[in-house]
Design a protein around this ligand. Structure first.
Ligand code: NAP
Length: 270
């Protein structure tokens, strides 16, 4: 009889959805143990059961294959209880590089419940020849940088949750792009575009040109889906204020791609 191998995938990213698709329906095979009767290969297979967890921030999220649960766990303690109650065999933290609280909670909960943890993190973006990047440590730092740089027309791509950091500025005009409509507090002089990546280079070029953008503000999210704005900014000589990532919890095993994460699961459960 085959049993299941339960993977809890902390999601909210393109990579998490891709990984859920790769793991869903996968069967982990192992060699028969000494003394076990030879019932054929299927007898030693464990089907992966993948549950993706979403925070519930987006009104109409793109759902991944497999089971989906939505909403917080109640801190690290709640997550630890969840891991035990649902007999989770492995946790993959595939959340956004800026979702620091859930990543910290995942590290604490996995250690507490003795469940193996992997973090799936896209590599950081790196500047290329011709880039005019100004790196800052936080959204508040980005707001300060805009004043220091005398920015006038800003394309703000840091997501609607971080708009409060720019709410006190009346001087630059902001073009804000987010999946759902922003809620106050936000800057007084602001236009909103509701859109979800991936974005094309052609589209980003046109957007910078049409809105006469002189400064782009972005988190160092990494990945291909939102990178074309960086290329478009380089081409147009538009400066970019880049918010550095928060540090990862220490001692966590990290994969850079969904394929690497699949190999980790196979090694663990095979
Ligand atoms: P966060 O600040 O690290 O987490 C705040 C709280 O939200 C957590 O303590 C947890 O609540 C809950 N939470 C976060 N991610 C969760 C998940 N995948 N499943 C269940 N509960 C979750 O997170 P955030 O920055 O607000 O991001 C929320 C979600 O949006 C994440 O899934 C992330 O991948 C995605 N996202 C974030 C960004 C960004 O820039 N931060 C960008 C794109 C997508 P409890 O303590 O109650 O468990």
């Amino acid at each position: 009889m085959s049993e299941t191998f339960h993977v809890l995938l902390l999601g909210g990213t393109t990579e998490a959805r891709r990984l859920a698709g790769l793991l869903h329906g996968e069967v982990l095979h192992r060699e028969p143990l000494h003394g076990e009767p030879p019932h054929g290969e299927s007898a030693y297979g464990r089907a992966i059961h993948v549950t993706t967890s979403l925070a519930g921030r987006v009104a109409r999220p793109v759902l991944p294959p497999g089971e989906v649960r939505i909403g917080g766990f109640g801190g690290a303690e709640g997550l630890s209880r969840h891991l035990r109650a649902h007999h989770v065999d492995a946790v993959i933290d595939a959340t956004h590089p800026f979702a620091a609280t859930i990543s910290r909670n995942a590290a604490l909960a996995a250690a507490d419940a003795h469940v193996p943890l992997l973090a799936l993190r896209r590599p950081s973006w790196v500047p290329a020849e011709g880039d005019d990047w100004h790196t800052v440590g936080s959204l508040a730092g980005a707001a300060e940088a805009l004043a220091a740089l005398d920015a006038r027309r800003v394309f703000l791509t840091t997501g609607r949750m971080g708009l409060a950091a720019f709410a006190g500025l009346d001087e630059p005009w902001f073009l804000v792009r987010s999946v759902d409509p922003p809620e106050p507090p936000y800057p007084a002089r602001m236009e909103t575009i509701l859109d979800r990546g991936p974005f094309t280079l052609e589209g980003e070029r046109e957007l910078l040109r049409r809105h006469r953008v002189d400064t782009v503000v972005t988190k160092d999210s990494g990945g291909a889906a939102t990178a074309p704005k960086l290329t478009a900014a380089r081409e147009a000589g538009v400066r970019v204020v880049v918010v550095r990532r928060p540090p990862m919890p220490e001692g966590i095993c990290v994969a850079a791609t969904p394929d690497e994460a699949v190999r980790w699961v196979r090694q663990l459960g095979g």
